[in-house]
Every structure is written in structure tokens, then in C-alpha cells.
Ligand binder design. Structure first.
Ligand code: MSP
Length: 651
């Protein structure tokens, strides 16, 4: 058997300086979707994430809380791991830079640089931004502040080791120019060349002496290794770089290193040079994605405007959050996170498009075929061909988008199939086919095709939303059939077996009330908590009515005394109902497509007695019968389950 192709993908390792916000989660969710997609399509994947735990910033933050740095980071790392679990991040390894497997290798790497003359000792007198852990020159500052984060820089004056960056600058420039795929998206490439490489690379200070929370320089214990040299090495130390029999040979160089655009310089200048000095190949692609912003600007842990991904996932489901992050923002560009756009995506794409498709189809399969998947007929009509064509093209289109790291486009391709399937229902109107026994075979074909299309959708959806397909598989009766959940099973249309038991489950994504969600999230407390303490406000928040408002509707039991078709109308019936009053009420109702007049006589139905009378087609209607309407257009009158005196109140 041929060896599987490998795929190594990394995220930045996060500073455990504070809880992560939804912006940080963005990188990891994207990397996870990519990793899952590659696994699904047959690659042997290694997905690495972790935490960057050393440095002055962490040491100061720990001091501020009165905790030793090791205890301080332990707590946050636990929280980060829980977050990844909550968001279904399926990483293969989680590296902490405080682990000895990392520290020992970084010390060896530093020693080697020193021995081969890439590192020399000197004195650093210059500027430093601690939040970014970055050195700056006077010329690079913007308004006297750090050009990256806008915060104050500090003057430091200490003995230090330096890395001869300039020695490798030409080689790097050539590599970047010869490998257009190295810096992605391409727009970021010129920024690096023009702002950093062309003006000439200065040697980089790679050790500090004014604090000790770091990896000591092995031959000069007053120094700790600069946190970025320490951190960047994680991508190879985690693979066991330098160890006999490690997976390093198998997975390095990385296929994709995903990062935010703010740390591009470290990954496309320092990191490749550190690798060149080790004689190791460079990653194939470093992809700098955009920022997730708030309407008021960049989200940041220290600004206190960060949105907690744990709260969002807890309230709306991690699948919904993942979908939003991956779909809303073209990967690579900046995008805005707002609750409005999030809820709108949930309601439109997940509840209306996907959720309705599944619930309508399964309702019809239960109603018309007792939950047994019918057999499709051999012949195909135009709409069948269209649906099958879209379904068969979707895996190809999705894979091609993913290969170009266009994750949002991949989901857009998948949604073409979701929408096409909904259109297929509207075009074929199964509820009409169900009325005519001669159309039974056609009805079976339509339901079969819908379920097969839903299977395609669920298989393709899995890397992006890992939980939803499980529920879909359950509903279409293939949760025990792994073969039909594989990417390879999409090579052929029609693999669902007629006779499979299918069953409608809970709605995948109930629709949300936007205003209520905005109010609840602004209050910054989950709705349930508020309901306990402040009932009135909570009711208003959820868009609820109180009892008094409900009682304004006069609901009664009405007995139908007579029913007849309205002249010149296919839809309307004219009824006379008894609600215990002296005179009977006359009602015009849109029931003609669902009931024969004679079958209604004598029925007791729920009735709204205090609606303002209206004239329909010139005939007075004095009230309204209540009926349930299904997604598939089925209508059922609501009745009482014992015979009651006409006019009985409903409360
Ligand atoms: N520890 C360094 C990375 C070292 S990698 C060898 C670091 N950590 S961080 O926690 O500050 O940021 C981690 C990642 O989160 C970065 O890729 C950064 O770009 C990303 N983001 C931080 N805020 C973000 C948004 N608002 N939106 C999108 N990504 C964001 O930098």
C-alpha cells in the first residue's frame, strides 16, 4: 500500500497571560478545520498547538497576582486546554515551552549557534516593548510608541547575546522570491520585503539578563534566552528535533504555519533564519490571517473588550461559533465580530438553510414512508440531475478552495448544495405528490435524493462543524455505518441503502430572537441567570409576554356546524361555528386544500373569538380557527381531546 501523504500544521503558541478571547480562538479553529479536512481526505496529519510561557511579560503578570510564574501559567494553560476541548480542537500535540522536552533542545540549539559563530556577546542599549516581547529602533517607533501595539516602550541597557541576522538576509530574500507560496496571502510578502529585509537586517538581541523567567543560556547562566527564539523553536522541538527515531523526519518541514498577521515578521524573517542556521528546510507556507475586530477596534486581552469564546460556545454551541468564524471572514482578511452578524448567520445559514432542510426532509420521510428510506426510480428528471450534479461537484470545489486556504469559500460551496436541496423540495412539492397515489414512486425518488444529498452535506461539513453531522447521521440512519461517513463514499451518488430506517430528531439549530440575544449578552449574564434574579427584565429580554398579555386573547372551543366551499376560490371555506353565543359565528378559513367541507362538520376546534371581523372576498369573517402549519406546508386543525361545551374558555 502506498504511504499516506503527510500534512503538518501549526498554530502560534499562545501567551498564557490571560484567558484567550474569540480572536485567538479564530487561529486555532481555522487550523483545526484544516487539519480535520486533511485527515478526512486521506492525509496523515500532525496538528500542533501549545503555549508560550516564558518572558518578561508573563513574569510581570505573575508577580502582579502574587503567584510564582509556574503556578500562574499552570492555571491558564488548564483553562486553554478546556477551551480547546469545548471547541472540539483535535490537536495531536500540545507543547508547553516550560516542558523539559522543549527547554533542553532550545538550550542545545542556542549552544550550537554560539559554537558555529552565529551568536556573539555584546551590549544592548535600546528599546523594548514588553507586551509584544519585541525590540525596536527609535526610527521604527510610531509617535514614540510600539508600532505593533501602540503601547509605551522601555529603554533597556544590558549585556546580551546577538544573532547575526544580516549573514542570512540575502539567502532569505532569494528564498522568498523563489517560493511565492512561502508567505501567504501574497499581499503580506511585499510588506516583509520592503519594511524589514530591504532596509537591511540588524543583528537580533537573543538574550536578557534583567529577569529570570526563561531558559538559561547553557554556558552563561546570568542570561535567559530571548522568548521569541525560545518560542519559535517549539515547531521543531515538539516533533523531537535532534532525537533518534522521532517524527521530525516524517513531518518537517511544516506544510502550513498559521499565524495572525501581527506576528508575521517573527515567522517570515527570524524563524526562517534560525532554521537556515541549523541547516534545516523552511516551512512550505506561513499563512498570516487577518484580525477579528470589534466595531470599536481590535479586540485585546489587555483592553478588556475581549469576547469570551467559552461563553459564546456555551450559549450558542461550539459548532455555531466555529461556523461563524470560518464562514464570515474571507480567510486572510480582517473581519468584524458582532453579535448581530453571529445571530444572523445562525438564523439564516444554520436554522433556515441547513436545519430546515433536514427537518423538512425527515418529517416527510416519516409521514409518507413511515421512516423507511424509499427506493429511487431509475429515470431522472431535470431537477434530480441538477441536484446530483451539484452534490458531485461539491467535494471537488470544497477541496480546491481548501487547498488555497480559502476556508470561507469552501463553506460557501457547501451551502450551494444546501440551498440547491431546499430548492429541490420547493420545485418538486412532495406534499402535492403525496396526494396522488400515481405519484408514489416519484415521491419516493424525491425523498431518497434529499436524504442522499443530506448525507453528502454532513460528510463535507464534519471538519468545520464536528458535532452537527453526528446528529444528521443519527437522523438518516447511518450513525453506525462509518463507510457512508467517509470522504471516499462521495465518489458515487446513491450509496444510501433503500430500506434504511430514518427518524426525525431535534431541530439542529432553533431560530434565535436577535433583540433578545443582544439584550441578554449586553447584560453580560446568561439569560437563565437573570431569570432567577430579575424576572421582569428577563421576560422582556427573551421577547416573552406576561400572563395578562396572553389573556387578552379570547380563546374558545368552537364547534363547526356547517362548511362549504367559497365560490371561485380553491383555498377558502365558509364555515358556521357555535361558540356558545346566541348567534352562530361565520368564519372564512383557508382550509379547502386540506379538508373536505363534509369532514369538518361536528369537529370541535380552538378558536380566537375576539379578533376584529374582516371581509374576505366580500364575506364577513368573525374569528379565526387555529391550525398548525408544518415546514412542508401540511396544515392540521387544533382540537380538544374531549368533547366540550361549545364556547368553553381556553386558558
Ligand atoms: N506567543 C506569541 C506567539 C508565539 S508563536 C511561536 C503570541 N501569542 S498571543 O497569544 O499574543 O497571540 C497568538 C495569536 O493570536 C497570534 O497569531 C495573534 O495574531 C492572534 N490574535 C490575537 N488577537 C487576535 C484577533 N483579534 N484576531 C485574530 N487573531 C488574533 O503572539
Amino acid at each position: 500500500m502506498a504511504e499516506k501523504k503527510t500534512f503538518y500544521i501549526t498554530t502560534p503558541i499562545y501567551y498564557p497571560s490571560n484567558k484567550l478571547h474569540v480572536g485567538n480562538s479564530y487561529t486555532t479553529v481555522a487550523a483545526d478545520a484544516m487539519a480535520r479536512f486533511k485527515r478526512l481526505t486521506g492525509y496523515k496529519v500532525w496538528f500542533l498547538t501549545g503555549t508560550d510561557e516564558h518572558g518578561q511579560k508573563i513574569q510581570r503578570q505573575a508577580e502582579a497576582t502574587g503567584k510564582p510564574p509556574a503556578d500562574f501559567v499552570d492555571e491558564i494553560v488548564e483553562w486553554i486546554k478546556e477551551l480547546w476541548q469545548e471547541l472540539d480542537i483535535e490537536y495531536d500535540d500540545f507543547i508547553r515551552t516550560t516542558e523539559s522536552r522543549h527547554k533542553e533542545k532550545v538550550a542545545r540549539i542556542f549552544e550550537r549557534y554560539y559554537e558555529q559563530g552565529d551568536i556573539y556577546k555584546g551590549k544592548y542599549e535600546g528599546l523594548y516593548c514588553t507586551p509584544c516581547e519585541a525590540y525596536w529602533t527609535e526610527r521604527q517607533l510610531e509617535d514614540g510608541n510600539c508600532p505593533d501595539c501602540g503601547r509605551k516602550v522601555e529603554l533597556i541597557d544590558e549585556e546580551a547575546y546577538f544573532f547575526r541576522m544580516s549573514k542570512y538576509a540575502d539567502r532569505l530574500l532569494k528564498h522568498i522570491e523563489a517560493h511565492p507560496e512561502f508567505i501567504q496571502p501574497p499581499s503580506r510578502k511585499n510588506e516583509m520585503i520592503n519594511n524589514f529585509l530591504k532596509p537591511g537586517l540588524e543583528d537580533l538581541c537573543v538574550s536578557r539578563t534583567s529577569f529570570d523567567w526563561g531558559i538559561p543560556v547553557p554556558f552563561d547562566q546570568d542570561h535567559v534566552i530571548y522568548v521569541w527564539l525560545d518560542a519559535l523553536s517549539n515547531y521543531i522541538t515538539a516533533l523531537g528535533y535532534g532525537e533518534e527515531g522521532s517524527i521530525y523526519e516524517e513531518f518537517w518541514p511544516a506544510d502550513v504555519q498559521l499565524i495572525g498577521k501581527d506576528i508575521l515578521r517573527f515567522h517570515t524573517i527570524y524563524w526562517p533564519i534560525f532554521l537556515m542556521a541549523l541547516g534545516e528546510p523552511l516551512p512550505k507556507t506561513v499563512f498570516g490571517h487577518g484580525w477579528l475586530m470589534l466595531q470599536e477596534g481590535k479586540m485585546s486581552k489587555s483592553k478588556g473588550n475581549a469576547i469570551d469564546p467559552m461563553v459564546l460556545a456555551g450559549r450558542y454551541s461550539s459548532d455555531a461559533l466555529r461556523y461563524f468564524l470560518l464562514r464570515e471572514i474571507p480567510f486572510g482578511q480582517d473581519g468584524i465580530f458582532s453579535l448581530e452578524s453571529f445571530i444572523t448567520r445562525i438564523n439564516n445559514d444554520l436554522a433556515n438553510d441547513l436545519g430546515n432542510l433536514v427537518s423538512r426532509t425527515l418529517t416527510m420521510a416519516e409521514r409518507y414512508f413511515d421512516g423507511v428510506l424509499p427506493k429511487p426510480s431509475a429515470g431522472e428528471e431535470n431537477t434530480d440531475q441538477e441536484l446530483r450534479g451539484t452534490a458531485q461537484n461539491t467535494p471537488v470545489a470544497v477541496e480546491s478552495a481548501m487547498d488555497q486556504m480559502k476556508i470561507s469559500d469552501a463553506l460557501a460551496e457547501l451551502w450551494l448544495l444546501v440551498r440547491q436541496s431546499n430548492k429541490y423540495i420547493d420545485d418538486n412539492m412532495p406534499w402535492n405528490l403525496a396526494k396522488d397515489p400515481a405519484s408514489r414512486e416519484r415521491l419516493g425518488t424525491v425523498i431518497y435524493n434529499l436524504i442522499e444529498s443530506i448525507r453528502f452535506i454532513a460528510v463535507i461539513l464534519k471538519p468545520y462543524m464536528p458535532r452537527t453531522p453526528e446528529s444528521i447521521w443519527e437522523q438518516i440512519g447511518i450513525s453506525g455505518n462509518e463507510e457512508l461517513q467517509q470522504w471516499e463514499s462521495l465518489d458515487q451518488w446513491g450509496r444510501m441503502k433503500p430500506g434504511t430506517a430514518v427518524r426525525r430528531g431535534e431541530d439542529l439549530f432553533p431560530r434565535l430572537n436577535l433583540q433578545a440575544e443582544i439584550r441578554a449578552m449586553r447584560a453580560d449574564k446568561p439569560l437563565e441567570e437573570k431569570a432567577a434574579g430579575e424576572p421582569e427584565e428577563a421576560e422582556e429580554q427573551a421577547g416573552l409576554i406576561n400572563l395578562e398579555q396572553f389573556q387578552q386573547v379570547d380563546l374558545r372551543v368552537a364547534e363547526i356546524n356547517s362548511a362549504e366551499k367559497m365560490p371561485k376560490s380553491d383555498k377558502l371555506l365558509k364555515l358556521e361555528v357555535d361558540i356558545g353565543e346566541e348567534t352562530k359565528r361565520q368564519v372564512v378559513a383557508g382550509l379547502a386544500e386540506y379538508y373536505q367541507p363534509e369532514e369538518l362538520i361536528g369537529r370541535q376546534v380552538l378558536f380566537v373569538a375576539n379578533l376584529k371581523p374582516v371581509k374576505l372576498r366580500g364575506v364577513l369573517s368573525q374569528g379565526m380557527l387555529l391550525a398548525a402549519t408544518g415546514d412542508d406546508g401540511i396544515l392540521a386543525l387544533t382540537t380538544v381531546d374531549k368533547t366540550m361545551a361549545p364556547g368553553s374558555r381556553i386558558s
